[in-house]
Design a protein around this ligand. Structure first.
Ligand code: CAA
Length: 286
């Protein structure tokens, strides 16, 4: 019998974020089902968890016993209905497409129990739209994790006008069990983290574009001058230029603020396939 807030968790989407979320939930003692649409994707997700844990063992941060226990708590499937049916908490971490997220929550709301909490890891989309038409919206909440999930301390909880206090309390409690510090933010475009983080990244690109300084020096300004762990250009490379461009375009429309206008340089780099770390080239060569 688990003493975690949510004994059974379904994580939908086994990419970088989904794998990380599955790992921290399993580390907290939950039984986790990690789901994606192909066997290849779920295998890759599980491999990612195994590699992260192994690195933790190698660095003396994770015991061999914990590594084995965490992996034993994660099962995989390509069937999202099967993944969600028994869950106390469903967290989706599928691509940032509103119709995709909304469609799966509408589908799953009729399958899970009435008390099952539905969480979305969207980094900026409107939660009201993500959960539009979902039965019992009191149990719906944004659960925005940060990459790399096992290391980043923040969990940004996003409440809509219909999210219940009970849901917020349960997820806040679980966030602490995951070793995270929760903040509670109103459902507004980009929440607290993406609105500020993307704004900084876009301005850094504009500065590079207009020759204010080199990428290295712009990043050093924030790392050494402001104590950021990583400069905004390097971070954009890590997150993916395409991912950040999509967020910028969304925030530009939703917030109607000129600061979110994506720089031409960013559009050109994305069009040229320079997406950052995942493509081998961004503001840096990887
Ligand atoms: N298992 C367990 N612990 C590990 C580990 C592993 N596999 N790998 C590293 N660690 C530990 C290290 O031992 C170290 O611990 P101590 O501090 O106790 O020594 C700590 O984690 C940091 O590791 P490193 O020293 O190797 O790395 P670092 O100091 O360079 O930090 C980082 C790495 C945490 C990623 C840091 O660079 C950082 O914070 N970067 C910014 C990341 C960020 O901004 N993420 C948000 C992106 S935006 C997002 O995700 C939202 C979105 O919606 C797109």
């Amino acid at each position: 019998m688990s003493d975690t807030q949510f004994a059974k968790v379904a994580v939908l989407g086994a990419g970088t974020m989904g794998a990380g979320i599955a790992q921290v939930c399993a580390q907290a003692g939950s039984q986790v089902v990690l789901q994606d649409i192909t066997e290849e994707f779920v295998a890759k997700g599980l491999q990612r968890v195994a590699a992260f844990l192994q690195k933790g063992v190698d660095r003396g941060k994770v015991t061999e016993e914990t590594r084995a226990q965490v992996l034993a708590r994660i099962t995989t499937t390509v069937d999202r209905v099967e993944a969600a049916r028994e869950a106390d908490l469903v967290v989706e971490a599928v691509p940032e497409k509103l119709e995709l997220k909304n469609g799966l929550f509408r589908e799953l709301a009729g399958i899970v129990s009435d008390t099952c909490v539905l969480g979305s890891n969207t980094s900026s989309l409107s939660l009201v739209k993500v959960f539009d038409g979902v039965a019992n919206p009191a149990r719906c909440i944004g659960m925005h994790f940060f990459n790399p999930v096992p290391l980043m301390k923040l969990l940004e909880l996003v409440r809509t006008e219909t999210t219940s206090e009970e849901t917020i309390d349960a997820v806040t409690n679980y966030a602490r069990q995951l070793g995270k510090e929760p903040i509670v933010v109103k459902d507004s475009p980009g929440f607290a983290s993406s609105r500020l983080g993307v704004c900084l990244g876009l301005e850094a690109i504009r500065m590079l574009e207009s020759g204010v300084a080199s990428a290295e020096d712009i990043d050093k300004a924030m790392v050494l001058g402001y104590g950021h762990p990583m400069g905004p250009l390097k971070l954009t490379d890590l997150v993916g230029l395409d991912v950040r461009l999509a967020i910028a375009d969304y925030l530009r429309t939703e917030l109607n603020l000129a600061g979110f206008e994506a720089p031409e340089l960013m559009r050109k780099m994305v069009a040229d396939g320079k997406l950052g770390k995942k493509s081998g080239q961004g503001f840096y060569a990887w």
